[in-house]
Design a protein around this ligand. Structure first.
Ligand code: ADP
Length: 550
């Protein structure tokens, strides 16, 4: 075997190898890749979101830290400091505990502004016997003070700001007591109980005084409007809540702890940032979840894949149909060719004995060559229709004589099986392409004979129906089941009973008929014949009244 031959064989083998699984695998891989990309995009968006959330949480912590420092300083510096100093002054000069009204009357402006923080005053002496003076009348507080103050003397000497804050819970209620030494050796202590309710106003003013986050972040906006902030007392009850309720997820908590000498120890602040402010605080803002979009895209990709697979399957089915078609065409052509050759040889070799035999041989050659022409004509028309290059030149013609002529032409093809033709032809002028009409009629008559019984009667009629002209070809064959009446016009479609039987056929005759009729602007269909056979109907538009037969 030559090299070229071997190469050709190899090439052919490669071409024949089924490519569909390969294409399907590529499509599937592209779907998997799309899914991976979607997952990556979702992952990137998710991590971008976590980073942005982390930044917002850091800002919330920053705001909480700043608030702790500011509120403690404000309450300490403008509240506790002047109160303690003023109280010490009174006790030192008067050597007794002032009454609350007396204390107020003597207070300077700064102390008066802080007086709302005082619930009651108290004074403790460690002389023997030790004594406790208390302006209030809460027995629980009184007994607590009496028990507590001996423990505070030593502690007070170490107090960084000159006073000590104690936060006991008495009868479920948090209380705050501020102690300070009246003299250097702390043998006398004075102090006040904090009016916890009054703190709310102080917390409020600490919040409003200035932005909690650096103004540079806000680009002209009020950062406090983005911050939700709540202060909780040691019992866990909210003491102050900013107007922007802290309902945001991104929050941070800070305890007051030792701020300003621990004056608010036990209290804590929870600050949170409104996620809507994210676009101002974080570059790129808080990204929204892309999951729905990505899932949508994935669904579209899957849909496209399914469509592609479907298309591949259709292509394969069509390829199969085409190769079947080629096989059928070859078979169809071989039969008349064999007949022609056989009878031509008989004539050439002078094997005919009588002139009748000679006449018969010539008739068969004539019949088979007509048949061959018809077959080739059909294939040509079909391929033109398939490529969209089928064109006609219709001219107004009287249908009756035309149809009669075609039937006569066809008669020799049918006479061997005893088929009779009956025509009922009404005169009517219709624009038709003569060759196309011949092709149409030959196909219908050919089918009537092919699928009908021997000695049947085939009726051909032309008639006017509702302003259109109809050509009807009715046979006495088996008819066409209702469910198949549309499908038989499709290319390569043959009824199951015929596809399995040895009846010749390529499955393109009716497709050619329909194409040609459509090019005339008409319609074609099949009905039940009056005797159970099929009745094929061709409907053509009539010529306009002024058009005359040419
Ligand atoms: P074919 O070459 O198979 O005849 P056609 O397109 O002409 O192809 O017809 C399609 C199918 O319709 C045929 O295979 C046959 O099953 C059915 N058919 C067509 N004409 C008739 C008829 N007159 N009677 C019964 N069946 C018919």
């Amino acid at each position: 075997m030559s090299m070229a031959n071997r190469r050709d064989q190899k090439k052919e083998k490669q071409q024949r190898r089924p490519r569909a699984p390969f294409i399907a695998a590529m499509l599937l891989s592209s779907l998997v890749l799309t899914a991976v990309l979607a997952w990556q995009a979702q992952y990137a968006a998710h991590s971008h979101r976590s980073i942005a959330e982390g930044v917002l949480r850091d800002y919330a912590a920053l705001a909480a830290d700043e608030y702790v420092r500011r509120a403690a300083n404000q309450i300490g510096y403008y509240g506790y400091d002047p109160l303690i100093k003023s109280l010490m002054g009174h006790v030192q000069t008067l050597d007794r505990l002032p009454t609350l009204p007396g204390f107020r009357a003597e207070a300077d402006d700064r102390t008066r502004a802080a007086l709302e923080l005082v619930r009651d005053l108290f004074l403790v002496r460690f002389d023997s016997p030790a004594s406790l003076l208390y302006t209030g009348n809460d027995p629980e507080v009184k007994s607590w003070l009496a028990n507590d103050f001996p423990h505070r003397q030593a502690e007070l000497q170490k107090a960084s700001r000159g006073f000590l804050t104690v936060h006991p819970i008495l009868g479920d209620q948090p209380h705050t007591f501020i102690y300070a030494p009246v003299n250097g050796d702390a043998t006398t202590l004075a102090g006040f109980e904090l009016a916890t309710d009054a703190l709310e106003g102080w917390f409020q003013s600490a919040f409003q005084r200035a932005p909690l986050l650096p103004p540079s972040l806000a680009k002209g906006n009020d950062t406090n409007a983005w911050i939700g902030l709540t202060v909780y007392d040691p019992g866990g009850q909210p003491v102050f809540r900013s107007i922007h309720a802290p309902s945001y997820d991104l929050e941070a908590e800070r305890a007051f702890a030792d701020a300003y000498g621990g004056i608010l120890r036990g209290m804590r602040v929870v600050a949170s940032i409104n996620p809507e402010a994210a676009s101002h605080l974080v570059i790129g803002g808080l990204p929204r979840s892309r999951l729905p979009v990505l899932l949508g895209l994935l669904a579209v990709a899957s849909g496209l894949l399914a469509a592609a697979v479907l298309q591949i399957r259709r292509e394969r089915a069509l390829t199969q149909l085409r190769s079947d078609f080629v096989a059928r065409v070859s078979h169809e052509l071989r039969t008349p060719l064999t007949q022609i050759r056989m009878f031509a040889e008989t004539l050439l070799l002078n094997r005919v004995r009588t002139s009748t035999e000679q006449q018969r041989a010539l008739e068969i050659i004539d019949k088979e060559s007509r048949r061959l022409t018809h077959l080739v004509e059909n294939i040509l028309q079909f391929s033109r229709g398939d490529r969209g290059t089928l064109t006609l030149a219709p001219r107004p013609r009287n249908l009756a004589p035309l149809v009669s002529e075609f039937v006569e032409d066809f008669r020799p093809l049918a006479h061997h099986d005893g088929t009779r033709f009956k025509t009922r032809l009404e005169d009517m002028v219709v624009p038709v392409d003569e060759d196309a009409l011949r092709q149409i009629l030959l196909n219908l008559l050919d089918n009537a004979i092919k699928y009908g019984p021997k000695n049947q009667l085939v009726s051909i009629a032309t008639l006017r129906v509702n302003g259109t002209s109809q050509i009807r070809v009715e046979d006495q064959g088996p008819g066409i089941p209702e469910s198949e009446r549309e499908r038989i016009w499709h290319r390569f479609h043959r009824l199951e009973r015929d596809a399995l039987s040895p009846t010749d056929g390529m499955g393109i005759g009716l497709t050619v008929v329909r194409d040609l009729v459509a090019l005339h602007g008409g319609r074609s269909w099949v009905e039940s014949g009056s005797e159970g056979g099929s009745c094929f109907v061709i409907e053509l538009p009539m010529a306009a009244p002024e058009e005359r037969e040419l």
